[in-house]
Design a protein around this ligand. Structure first.
Ligand code: ADP
Ligand code: MG
Length: 346
């Protein structure tokens, strides 16, 4: 067959598949955009597991009328100018790909108003085709509404799980963002019902109750800081903080373990193993702990540009990170459960 360059719509759909796997990926990208825009309040509303509708409303910096059409262009970003800037980047976004990808596979509407603008602007793009760009009355901030996700990619749509499963993924994403940002108010509304709410006061306790529920939050204890324990000089500048559930608090799956690197939520099987091993003999086989683990380390010793969704990161010293997490969890458990039941170093 002759070689041909793909048309833009096809390129868009293929690229979208890399970033947008399921409704929860849309939620994650939109919430991270809101955080990048310095929002203090973020409200996520979903209908039918996110298939029918996902709406994220923020009170952040907004997008100017001139920039709004650019926001859904591929590789258009306000956050990165040169590749060299990557190492010092403080924002979640930098590829300028998320909104373009979402636009390619949904009926998308963005209404945005920077606080100093006298009115907002509304943009609508229906499966990759822009259909509206017009002034509207709007509160300062941005509201992004995504409807009929993947309706033009039947293979992807049929691959989605049942509504309750997609909702659980979304809840985990919003929970993770709330845990990483106690100073931002979060609310998740599922089919008209608020299922998660934090007050943005900066209190971690408030976030734990909002995300895990009062009963679970009461069984979680803060990780003992290393500094308080007079550890000898560590070669890697690495801080572990957060909180872990007592062995009485368990789950039937690993979804209760959340990891953050410099406030960025990551997925890491090795770190999951590190935590599970720390609970070894304390928790029944087939049950999993609840843990919120924050790692702070120099940006230079972690590579976030490994995977398009940025969910997996690479550490310059994997072993040191694994050990530090495991030691921190063990140390914390040792303070709260009878000494003889905490396993020693494996
Ligand atoms: P990236 O986040 O990688 O820059 P996106 O496609 O997610 O790429 O967003 C493109 C641009 O649109 C961002 O760089 C930002 O300037 C703007 N933008 C997107 N969402 C928001 C928002 N909620 N508030 C303000 N600006 C936004
Ligand atoms: Mg983004």
């Amino acid at each position: 067959m002759a070689i041909q360059v793909l048309d833009e719509a096809t390129i868009g759909k293929i690229a979208a598949g890399e970033v947008i796997e399921r409704p929860a990926s849309v939620v994650k990208e939109l919430v991270e955009n809101a955080l990048d825009a310095s929002a203090r309040s973020i409200v996520v509303e979903i209908a039918a597991g996110g298939r029918e509708c996902i709406r994220v409303r923020d009170d952040g910096l907004g997008i100017s009328a001139a920039d709004l059409p650019l926001a859904i262009e591929r590789h258009a970003t306000s956050k990165l100018r040169r590749f060299e800037d990557l190492a010092s980047l403080r924002t979640f976004g930098f590829r300028g790909e998320a909104l373009a990808s979402i636009a390619a596979v949904s009926d998308l509407e963005i209404i945005s108003r920077p606080p100093d603008a006298v009115h907002g602007v509304r943009l609508r793009s229906v499966f990759g085709r822009r259909t509206a760009l017009e002034p509207v009355a709007a509160a300062p901030g941005t509201v992004v509404t995504v409807r009929d996700l993947f309706a033009n990619v039947p293979a992807r749509r049929s691959f989605l799980r049942q509504e309750s499963t997609e909702t659980a993924y979304i809840q985990r994403v919003v929970g993770a963002c709330a845990l990483a940002h106690p100073e931002v108010r979060f609310e998740l509304v599922v089919d008209g019902r608020t299922v998660l709410a934090t007050d943005g006061s900066g209190s971690l306790e408030n976030v734990l109750v909002g995300v895990f529920g009062a009963e679970a939050a009461a069984q979680m204890v803060p990780i003992q800081p290393t500094d308080d324990l007079g550890d000898q000089a560590r070669p890697l500048r690495l801080e572990v903080h957060g909180c872990v559930g007592l062995p009485t608090l368990t789950r039937s799956n690993r979804l209760g373990m959340l990891f953050f690197v410099n406030r960025r939520w990551i997925e890491s099987r090795p770190l999951g193993v590190a935590v599970e091993q720390a609970y070894h003999t304390l928790i029944m086989v087939g049950r999993y702990p609840v843990a919120v683990i924050h790692l702070e380390l120099p940006p230079g010793s972690v590579d976030v540009n490994v995977h398009p969704t940025k969910r997996e990161v690479r550490f310059s010293d994997e072993r040191a990170v694994f050990n530090a997490v495991q030691a921190a969890v063990r140390r914390t458990l040792a303070q709260h459960v009878p000494a003889q039941s905490v396993p020693s170093v494996s």
